[in-house]
Design a protein around this ligand. Structure first.
Ligand SMILES: *Cc1c(COP(=O)(O)O)cnc(C)c1O
Length: 473
């Protein structure tokens, strides 16, 4: 990835300090509009996997209008803005309803009997996962006296679990997945639960393969062992339920499944809201409340906050609420239909290439590899035609998260045609290394300590360049 350390230096001054005199608003907005237009052109083609879930500028303009009305409001100051309480409460209520939080979820500990479902609006999927793990840690400390907690996740579950465990001093155990199905090995999970396990994890669906872990079996396990089960539906939560309604084969992953105790679900993905919101939901309010923070004797006044954030934007809550209430079930279902149909057509184009192989049994997001050549050859070639996939490793694979921009006329046909050419390119170059494989693909022979150190240095350089401060002239 080539990122200039000073993007747009040709047309805007590089600010090396706070400018003494402000720039005229019109000039500034004109420059910003030009940048946004150029950058949007990249994904408007429909050739970019994921990231632009809605891609409809009319929808974005509407959300921004709702955002703008409350963007200056702090969601901590509820007495001044009861509207924010309405937005947040209803975002949570609508999400709980979508996830069937009212269902009893069977009998016994971890089932729903007598508990009150609850939720928290967070800043994104990572935030939702972090809050869930913090809640489990605190609840297990209070209820079970656990001081050295551990969590078990499928290897395929999002790095946000590793990050949360790193932040909160939780041991993370990574369960292997079945090579063919890419679903977690439930027996391995069962063998590694011990007296300090606070929760196990399943994804619906995972980011890499778009496959859904055996949630029902994980739920039975969680119930029988008295641990929590977090389902990560960050990606699938706002689209799989509508796929199910449309008759696609989507196994139940929500609160209908006994043993499921929390679910993360991203409004800023298939909820079609603005970036910066997600919801973490709990079957039992007591688990959520375990991570509430209080400081009662501060000289600055009594303080409490429901999550890790302090001040939060009322605008994001308004825009998320506006997205959900303007689309309604009907709107979400319509978008889901288009996306599921497009994904099926794109998968068929992959299946038509004998040199390619789809991993597992995915839904709206699919991942493919090749047993004939390094699949990064396909990536190299498809890049020349404007496509942008997400690169995977162990095994090398490419994934396409189908979003609304792919549902536009002609995109599937272009995908099929370009893919056929890309496969021919791969066959032709099968004895050579693929250019992008060196960056995004796995280390041949498996990861080593040396490779790990080397890659971390490259990644640190990359992150430094993103936060790069222009040196004084
Ligand atoms: C995107 C994603 C996350 C993390 O969400 P962020 O919003 O990027 O923090 C977690 N799990 C899955 C499956 C995801 O796709």
């Amino acid at each position: 990835m080539e990122v200039s350390p000073f993007p747009y230096e040709d047309r805007l001054p590089v600010n090396r300090g706070l400018p003494e005199k402000g720039m005229a608003r019109e000039d500034l907005l004109e420059a910003l509009a030009a940048m946004a237009k150029e950058e949007d052109a990249f994904w408007e083609t429909g050739k970019v996997s994921g990231t632009m879930y809605c891609g409809d500028h009319g929808h974005y303009r509407f959300l921004v209008e709702a955002f703008g009305l409350f963007a200056h409001v702090n969601a901590l100051q509820r007495d001044m803005c009861p509207s924010v309480t309405k937005f947040e409460a209803e975002i949570i209520a609508m999400t709980l309803d979508l996830l069937h939080a009212g269902s009893s979820g069977g009998e016994g500990e971890g089932a729903g009997g007598g508990t009150t479902p609850a939720g928290l609006v967070t800043s994104g999927g990572s935030g939702s996962i972090a809050h869930a793990l913090l809640a489990y840690r605190e609840h297990a400390r209070l209820a079970r006296g656990i001081t050295a907690p551990n969590v078990i996740k499928p290897e395929t579950a999002h790095p946000a679990f590793d990050k949360a465990c790193h932040l909160f001093g939780i041991e993370l155990r990574r369960a292997p997945v079945d090579e063919a199905t890419t679903r977690v090995d439930v027996d391995w999970v069962a063998d590694h639960i011990d007296g300090e396990t606070i929760a196990i994890v399943g994804s619906a669906c995972n980011y890499g393969y778009g496959t859904i872990d055996p949630i029902r079996q994980l739920g039975e396990l969680a119930l029988s062992r008295g641990v929590g089960l977090h389902v990560d539906a960050c990606l699938g939560g706002f689209i799989l339920p509508f796929g199910e309604e449309l008759g696609y084969d989507v196994p139940a992953f929500d609160y209908r499944v006994p043993g499921v105790t929390s679910i993360s679900i991203d409004t800023h993905k298939y909820g079609y809201a603005l970036k910066g919101t997600s919801v973490v939901t709990f079957r039992d309010k007591a688990v959520r409340n375990a991570q509430y923070f209080y400081l009662t004797d501060w000289s600055g006044g009594k303080y409490c906050s429901p999550g890790m954030e302090g001040s939060r934007s009322g605008g994001l809550l308004a825009a998320t609420w506006a997205s959900m209430t303007s689309l309604g079930r009907d709107g979400y279902r319509r978008y889901a239909r288009e996306i599921f149909e497009t994904a099926a057509a794109m998968r068929a184009a992959v299946a038509a290439q004998p040199e390619l192989r789809i991993l597992g049994d995915p839904t709206f997001l699919f991942s493919f590899t090749s047993d004939v050549f390094d699949v990064y050859h396909v990536n190299d070639f498809m890049q020349t035609r404007g496509w942008r996939f997400n690169g995977q490793q162990y095994p090398n694979a490419l994934h396409m998260a189908v979003t609304r921009p792919q549902t536009r006329p002609g995109v599937v046909e272009a995908f099929a045609a370009d893919l056929a050419d890309a496969v021919a390119f791969g066959v032709e170059h099968q004895d050579e290394p693929a250019a992008s494989g060196a960056i995004y693909g796995g280390v041949i022979g498996g990861m080593t300590d040396e490779a790990d150190d080397f890659i971390k240095v490259l990644m640190a350089d990359m992150m430094d360049s993103f936060q790069h401060v222009p040196p004084p002239t």
